[in-house]
Design a protein around this ligand. Sequence first.
Ligand SMILES: Cc1cc2nc3c(=O)[nH]c(=O)nc-3n(C[C@H](O)[C@H](O)[C@H](O)COP(=O)(O)OP(=O)(O)OC[C@H]3O[C@@H](n4cnc5c(N)ncnc54)[C@H](O)[C@@H]3O)c2cc1C
Length: 305
Amino acid sequence: MTWRTRSNVAWLRELPGVKEGEPLASRTSFGIGGPAEFFFELGRAEAIEKAIDGCSSREIPYLLLGAGTNLLVADRGVDGLVVRIVNRDHEIEGTRVRAGAGLKMMRLARIVADANLRGFEFAIGVPGTVGGAVYQDAGCWDREIREVLVEVEGYVPGAGKQTWKPDALELGYRTSALRDGALRGALVVSATVQLARGDGEEARQLMARLTRERNETQPIKTKNCGSVFKNPPGDSAGRLVQAAGLKGAREGAAVVSSLHGNFIINEGGATAADVRRLIERVMAEVKRRFGIQLEPEVEMVGRWK
Ligand SMILES: Cc1cc2nc3c(=O)[nH]c(=O)nc-3n(C[C@H](O)[C@H](O)[C@H](O)COP(=O)(O)OP(=O)(O)OC[C@H]3O[C@@H](n4cnc5c(N)ncnc54)[C@H](O)[C@@H]3O)c2cc1C
């Protein structure tokens, strides 16, 4: 039975500020994808919790959206409700920092440097939100958020507010219980990280250097989703793609970056179907050449069938 009953649609239409058929392409770093059937965006965590509780009890599908920097949204859009997480508050208490899930990691990296705290410089390489980072243990330059995380406030539809210690989240390289385990569908409301006192100017200089170096080796300023594939154990996905001769490979307006093999760029007007075909082609070719099964890091969401 479809969830699209008259009473469910009426309930969705009554959500405060809800929009119907809201375009999502501009809300993703790829700049690709169809509309959200229903779209909801409110800063207050309680409003989000109520919305996903309602969806869950009515069996309405929902997607939590952060900064859209790790998503490939289907050309036909997303069924049900898309909830954009925009709570961007933060509090600094000594060396502990609690940040709302909608705050961008890069912004938080600058905030904590200005507060003379060290240990969060890696976050300058992660353009997504704090919630999106916890969701799959984002990291950069061999550091991951789990190394500084002490506590996460969350919400599980039907079960209510929860506080998770990092162990409960089963964080690992681009995985967690939120992405791949028992907490699928749960909301990250805020995260608390433990940092160290230090020289903010040194932190800013380090971040500037890392950003400069990255700009030389990765096509950061294009429309992309960051790394398309997870690195297989002991190897690098970018190296494998390059060794398979796939740099520059193209499907429509989607092309494997000539700068870094683990990036796919939307040159302008690429469809989600173009990107997906290219991803599948790369996976098949790497498997054929090296017997290695690449696993996408980017998440494909929405109406693909
Ligand atoms: C140029 C570029 C460079 C990048 N470099 C890196 C890098 O160095 N390291 C790295 O790890 N990643 C990198 N990424 C990928 C991306 O920034 C991270 O995966 C980031 O953590 C995604 O966060 P987001 O807010 O954009 O999430 P989205 O893309 O919006 O969503 C991704 C997933 O997270 C879930 N999610 C988002 N917010 C919440 C929440 N509050 N509660 C529960 N679930 C939530 C969504 O439902 C979705 O399933 C890069 C991306 C780009 C475009």
